[in-house]
Ligand binder design. Structure first.
Ligand code: GDP
Ligand code: ZN
Length: 295
């Protein structure tokens, strides 16, 4: 029995990183029948046949898993943002922050292109909300060592709006990877090639980066399946105020005596975070309860 992590899945083969190196595996038929197929990121137990071909025998319980992109056991989602060209809408970050909270993974905010513009308001919002925020530049290398050390020992997946520099940053962290950036596509005179399959790259030790730049954002549809009453718990900076509102069933929208709304007025909770909360609450409320139960 050999233990390892699936780092790539392609054409029915799984590539498993083991202590002894990369093992090419076929999955057992039973996984397909049972509806659980192995995913990139899965920790698995394998056996090897006489020809040296591996077989995935067992998938260890997952910490979490996503369908789009298809990846399991993500420790940290890294939202790559920029304060210029293009400026990231905080709502996009907040959506992913809810997805991260729901999946039980950390959210790291990375504001790129600091050679052009510093994080400014974006930096202030997420630092105040209590997230790790890094200001980096894929061009000058500023902040890259700090980001790298925040990713140590974790499986991280990058997300963020198009053009913020996800491919450039992955290339920076993984020299030799050479993902196609928008700059390269422009020189080649074509649209950016965006891969839709996920691959994990080892950064050394137990550190892996999922190459997911083709995915603008993680399964936004997931938010619709979160009951509206639970959404408040996905906003970490609300927690000191929850339970202190006048009404016990307060949903922190605009009820009188709401401690969260008061914290926004007092400048303790970023206004844009609360605005995103209200928007997502509306989205979730539109979902019929039977649809939530089905998921
Ligand atoms: P993606 O769509 O998020 O993968 O973004 P790309 O990596 O393709 O980058 C989009 C554009 O921004 C390209 O023209 C890059 O050269 C440029 N870019 C990426 N990072 C930086 C940076 O830190 N500073 C500057 N000035 N430009 C950058
Ligand atoms: Zn309230």
């Amino acid at each position: 029995m050999i233990k390892g992590t699936i780092v790539k899945a392609l054409s029915g083969y799984y590539y498993v990183q083991t202590a002894e190196g990369l093992l090419t595996c076929k999955a057992r038929g039973r996984f397909r029948l049972g509806g659980t197929s192995p995913l990139v990121g899965d920790r698995v137990c394998c056996s090897v046949d006489a020809n040296g071909l591996g077989r995935v025998d067992l998938i260890e319980p997952r910490r979490n898993w996503f369908i789009r992109p298809a990846v399991a056991n993500v420790d940290a989602l890294v939202f790559v943002a920029a304060n210029t060209n293009p400026v990231t809408d905080p709502f996009l970050i907040d959506r992913v922050s809810v997805i991260a909270a729901d999946a039980g993974c950390e959210l790291i905010i990375c504001i790129n292109k600091t050679d052009l513009a510093h994080g400014g308001q974006l930096f202030a919002i997420y630092q105040q909300a209590g997230f790790p925020v890094f200001q980096v530049s894929a061009v000058t290398g500023e902040g890259i060592p700090e980001l790298r050390s925040a990713l140590e020992g974790k499986v991280s997946a990058f997300t963020g709006n198009s053009g913020v520099g996800k491919s450039s940053l992955l290339n920076c962290l993984l020299p030799g990877l050479q993902l196609e950036t928008a700059e390269v596509s422009r020189k080649l005179g074509r649209g950016k090639h965006t891969t839709r399959h996920v691959e994990l790259y080892a950064l050394g030790g137990d550190t892996y980066l999922a190459d997911t730049p083709g995915f603008a954002s993680f399964e936004v549809e997931m938010i619709r399946t979160i009951p509206k009453e639970d959404l408040q718990f996905a906003f970490r900076e609300f927690s000191p105020y929850i339970g202190k509102c006048r009404f016990q069933d307060c949903m922190h929208l605009k009820e009188p005596g709401c401690a969260v709304v008061q914290a926004v007025l007092d400048g303790e909770v970023p206004k844009s975070r609360h605005a995103s909360y209200m928007r997502l609450y509306e989205l979730s409320a539109q979902q019929k309860s039977w649809e939530i139960k089905q998921n």
